[in-house]
Ligand binder design. Structure first.
Ligand SMILES: [Mn+2]
Length: 336
């Protein structure tokens, strides 16, 4: 069977952050009508697009990578890079394309689950790291755009002029290791979005125990005035900070994706509750599958106005094999 061209297929099935929930991923693909043929899940008329963050946290990371990678390599799917893949590249792939152990305790902690599941299979891990480097940072079609966290046109346009297929390389990765370079800012922005620092001396303690000194903000508010207008994370801001007014300096740091732009699909920002759309042209599909949330897909048929009734999901319960409760090793890393 030949690779499906994006222009030829009937529609896209965008799939949110899998984070090693491989069993749920297979069940979701089957629910969407994908069937395995010669080891590859395919749909006869549709293309799957993964929003990144395939690795870390969940118990079936190898299965997740095997399923997604085979689909991508066979032309049955596309994928964009998530911040977890970008992080693994920065900390585990050297310039010769060899896998190295992460040096800092923090990076070892973030990648703990992934590295544990690849223990004794270092070649397989190295091979996947090389594949991560081939993941584009974004996808842009006539009818929609796809990025893991944030579409920042001002950074992406010059990047896409230099890298038309959206793929980075070893030179880019080396530059992205240094704070303040264009490469670091771009990789951080598209895979992690915009963060604002909390006022001096303030912190948020997440439910998983980690302490945050920044908060995640979204990029679709029209003329935001307060922190509460732009915050986008599962842990609420302390009440008094919700109503705190944005300074001019903070407002200048924000990114805006206008209502008239083509539909945009993102993951990354853990959402809760029944899946819904933040705006008529943005769908966020990360509903924390691994935390007893949902693995969510959007069935896109090219309509310019998105609709919540195109969302399809699998709910993961405490008893499901992919949820955090059933992970072999516990590893809570917040603020990432
Ligand atoms: Mn993410």
């Amino acid at each position: 069977m030949v690779a499906m061209q994006a222009e030829q297929c009937e529609g896209f099935d965008l799939i949110g952050d899998v984070h090693g929930c491989g069993t749920a991923l297979v069940a979701l693909l089957e629910k969407l009508g994908y069937r395995q043929e010669q080891g590859v899940y395919r749909h006869p008329r549709r293309l799957a697009i993964f929003l990144g963050d395939l690795i870390d946290r969940g118990p079936r990371i190898r299965l997740t990578l095997r399923v997604v990678r085979r689909m991508v390599e066979a032309g049955a799917a596309r994928v964009v890079m998530g911040n977890h893949e970008a992080y693994a590249l920065r900390h585990c792939l050297d310039e010769r394309g060899e896998a190295v152990a992460p040096r800092e305790p923090r990076s070892a902690r973030i990648l703990h689950e992934t590295l544990a599941q690849f223990r004794g299979r270092e070649h397989e891990w190295r091979d996947h790291l090389r594949w991560f480097l081939q993941m584009p940072l974004c996808l842009e079609y006539a009818r929609c755009r796809v990025v893991h966290a944030c579409w920042d046109e001002a950074l992406l346009r010059p990047f896409l002029q230099q890298y038309p297929d959206g793929r980075i390389d070893h030179r880019f990765l080396a530059a992205a290791r240094h704070a303040g370079t264009f490469e670091q800012r771009l990789l951080d922005r598209v895979t992690r979005g915009v963060h604002l620092p909390l006022p001096r001396g303030r912190a948020i303690r997440s439910r998983d125990g980690s302490v945050r000194h920044t908060f995640r903000v979204h990029f679709w508010a029209v003329d935001p005035v307060t922190y509460g207008d732009i915050v986008f994370q599962p842990d609420p801001l302390p009440r008094d900070l919700e109503s705190r007014r944005l300074s001019e300096h903070e407002r200048r740091r924000l990114v805006h994706y206008a209502a008239g732009e083509r539909p945009l699909f993102i993951g990354h920002y853990w959402c809760e509750g029944v899946p819904a759309l933040p705006t008529a042209n943005i769908a966020c599909l990360d509903y924390s599958a691994v935390r007893c949330g949902r693995l969510v897909a959007y069935r896109f048929d090219g309509h310019s106005g998105l609709s919540a009734d195109r969302l399809v999901w699998l709910s993961l319960a405490d008893s499901d094999p992919d949820t955090e409760k059933n992970r072999p090793i516990r590893n809570s890393v917040g603020n990432f």
